[in-house]
Write a protein that binds this ligand. Structure first.
Ligand code: CO
Length: 203
């Protein structure tokens, strides 16, 4: 038997107790239904905890996370989340949230081989190739990578907005906006990249 993670179980009990102390019906309500208005598509990085950053409770944020916050049009996991969020939960906003200092973005373009993740990160190399001139003009490498983080978010926003699920939702008059944000590990603040798309013709 390995370690039984008693500290995490104790944390869990304390957390559940605190929640009920603050709001006796908290879990009863959530059992009945979830009605989140937001879908978060973010990076798996442990320093970018979705609910905490925007100070939302369980039930308020539908979350999909993967390495480097990608929205690849052939990924069944992402697509399943997207369809459920759009068609069933009817979220009002989809937040694609990258972060500066993203290890996935850096790994995509450092020329090293790691295995499967190199394939996963391929879309970022495409974004790099399409913006090569601009990016190579940035002498400072961390600054260049941070710009690539932003460009990656912008591309993923386009992926989401051009998806059939979004196009169909807009066609039937559903109110839903796709946003691109970047989070800073250094100060905990989110920057809106102002690339929001709210209809099929605003992209
Ligand atoms: Co990351």
């Amino acid at each position: 038997m390995g370690k039984m993670l008693d500290n995490l179980k104790a944390n869990n009990r304390a957390w559940a107790t605190r929640k009920v102390a603050a709001d006796p019906d908290f879990f009863k309500r959530l059992v009945a239904q979830q009605t989140p208005e937001y879908l978060w598509i973010g990076c798996s990085d442990s320093r970018v905890p979705a609910n905490e950053i925007v100070d939302l409770d369980p039930g308020e944020l539908f979350v999909h996370r993967n390495v480097a916050n990608l929205a690849p049009p052939q990924d069944a996991n992402y697509l399943s989340v997207l369809q459920f969020a759009v068609d069933v939960l009817k979220v009002k906003h989809i937040l694609v949230v990258g972060h500066y200092g993203c290890g996935g973005v850096a790994a995509a373009v450092d020329g090293q081989r790691r295995g499967l993740v190199d394939h996963w990160l391929h879309p970022i190399r495409e974004v790099y190739a399409e913006n090569r001139e601009t990016l190579e003009a940035i002498a400072d490498r961390p600054a260049m990578l941070n710009r690539l983080c932003e460009l990656n978010v912008m591309r993923q926003v386009k992926n989401v907005a051009s998806d059939v699920f979004l196009q169909e939702a807009w066609a039937r008059g559903q109110d839903i906006t796709v946003h691109g944000w970047v989070y800073s590990l250094e100060n905990g603040l989110v920057t809106d990249l102002n690339v929001s798309i709210a209809s099929s013709d605003s992209g």
